[in-house]
Write a protein that binds this ligand. Sequence first.
Ligand SMILES: [Fe+2]
Ligand SMILES: [Fe+2]
Length: 388
Amino acid sequence: MPTPNDLNLPDAKPENGRLIDPARSRGSVGMRENPVLILTDDLRRGREIASDLSLLTEWIAVRLVTDAADDFDAALVVSDIAFSRPSSIAGLRARLARAASPVRAHVCVIRRDTPHDRAQANALGASSIVNVKQRAEGLRAGLAPFLPRRAAPKTQPSVAASRAMTDLLEAARSGGFVPPALADKGAEVVRKALDDVAIRGWLEFVWRFDDATHQHCMLVAGLAAAFASTLGFSRSDTLRLTRGALLHDIGKARIPIEILNKPGSLTQAEWTVMRTHAPTGFELLAGQGYDDETLAIVRSHHELLDGSGYPDGLRGDAIADVVRLVTICDIFAALIEKRPYRRAISCEEAYGILSKMDGKLDRDLVRAFKPVALASGEPAFARAAGRG
Ligand SMILES: [Fe+2]
Ligand SMILES: [Fe+2]
């Protein structure tokens, strides 16, 4: 009989805090609310599902279907088995039958979208059926109504991140030294907070801020940390990306407040001033001990692959990968934020806009951003109004 330790999931990295083997993690599953139980006959696919879910819900139990006699809660189930294998069907049916509590949601991922497979999924009690090609969206739609709403973080890391952001902007506003150590600390606490609450909880925290620039930088940093996690970045790479994201708009500290917070569209002249925030931020940080990557993010996060961005009109390979990552987070953040001249756009809609920016954004990276975008929740509670 396989135990969780037999699962041998090479990508189940506890340090990512997402794909969790309950037997090895802190406490038992019973201590947490509604872990999603993934029942699969193919661990590679199980890992992919776990990756799709990793930003949506904190607890994920991965178990083999076979003859495992476990007592994990199965209130929320994602199944992914080959309907061509009678043993898989029998195993899934048996596992569902001995669920300790009633199955509230059973999202059945089907590998071939045929009437036969849909009928089979229904026969297994699926509450929703997801074509594997739309798996990430389908999982979210099928499970989100049943997941506990994440409490916005009240934890020390989120408060400390906010304090670090305030200090960074203050230092930039006063024209003084913007200490790299402070930016490092900010990035570290953002990363920690993301571990605590994932991107959905982080957004709920971030929406509380009235200062638009503060809110925007915190949002982009959280998205960048989540993006790094889905890309499997090492801890140090995650911190570098998060730090760059936290600082990317530091130059806005020098933009006149009446332009920054103007309650309406900017004139052409005002946009010209607004766009100086990128080179201004670069000049502010240059010579203060920041590495080239961070400086590139600050200067070039509005550059686009087709050369239509600013301030330098860089094209293609001249734009570093790390900059491209922040640009995607930045545009997504700007879209889901409420602006004085338009409503906030839903995360799905915002991702749709990103994915149509072919030629301007890195297509592969936009695709990789999808789980982050779809796990970000709804922007309806966005309060601050600014421009990014
Ligand atoms: Fe910017
Ligand atoms: Fe920005």
